[in-house]
Write a protein that binds this ligand. Sequence first.
Ligand SMILES: Cc1cc2nc3c(=O)[nH]c(=O)nc-3n(C[C@H](O)[C@H](O)[C@H](O)COP(=O)(O)O)c2cc1C
Length: 243
Amino acid sequence: MNKKVLAINSSKRKRNTYGLLIDIKDQLKKINIEVEIINLHDYNIEICTGCESCILKDKCFLDDDMDMLMNKLQQYDGIILSTPIYLNNISGKLKIFIDRTCRWVHRPAITGIPIMNVVTTSFSGIYNTLKYMDNVAIQWGAFPTDNISRKVTTIEDKVQPKEYKNFVKHIMMDKKLYKPSIQQLIYFSVSKVLAQKVIKRDSKYWEEKDWLSKKYFYDAKINIFKKIIANKFYRMIYKKVKL
Ligand SMILES: Cc1cc2nc3c(=O)[nH]c(=O)nc-3n(C[C@H](O)[C@H](O)[C@H](O)COP(=O)(O)O)c2cc1C
C-alpha cells in the first residue's frame, strides 16, 4: 500500500513555499508516496484564548476546524510542515495552529510520525525558524527528520532526493530502528514527570498508553550514553517537582 503524507502550507499565497511543496509532491509520487497538500488559510482556526482547558480538561471551547485538523494529522505516515519566513520566524497562521495543538505537548498523539520542515525566505531567518519547527515536532512527540529551505537566490533550484532522504527513510522504517536524540529523550522525561506529578489528565493518558515505565514512547535504538544522560535528567526533575 502507498504511504501517505500530509503537507501543510501556511502562506496565504500559492507562490514560493507552495511551489516547493508541489515539487516534493511530484517527486515523492514517483516512489509511491502520496502527498496531500492543505493550506491552513482554507480552515477556520481561532486564536487560542489561553484558558488552558485543553491542557487541564482535554476540551477546547472554540468551535472551529482544529479538532478535525488534529484528527487528520494522525491519519498520515509522514507530515510536512511548511512556512514562508516572516520576521525571521514562522508565519502567524502556522503559529496560531501550533498554539492550538498544546494538548499534544502533554498528551502526544502523533508519536513517531516523521516530520519534514520546508521554509522559504528572501534571505534571513532559516536557522532560527527551522530550529523552532524541529522543537515543535519534538514537543509533539513526533520525529523531526529533514529540513528543506530556499532563498530568493535558490528558489528555482529543484529539490534534490538527498534533501528528503531521511524523511522517506523514516516513513519506510520500523520505529524500532529510530534513534531519538538526547533532546527528544529529555522532552519525554519532562512530559513523563508532568504526567506523574502535575496534571491528572496526563497521568491517565500516559497510563493507558503504557508510557510511564518506558524510556521513550516506543521501543527505539537508544545508545547507552543517551540512556544514562536521559535517566539522570529524569531523576533530577522527578525529585525537584513536588506532587
Ligand atoms: C510579512 C513578511 C515578512 C517577511 N519577513 C522576512 C524575513 O524576516 N526575512 C526574509 O529574508 N524574508 C522575509 N520575507 C520574505 C518571505 O519570507 C519570502 O518572500 C517567502 O519566500 C514568501 O513565501 P510565499 O511565496 O510562499 O508566501 C517576509 C515576507 C513577508 C510578507
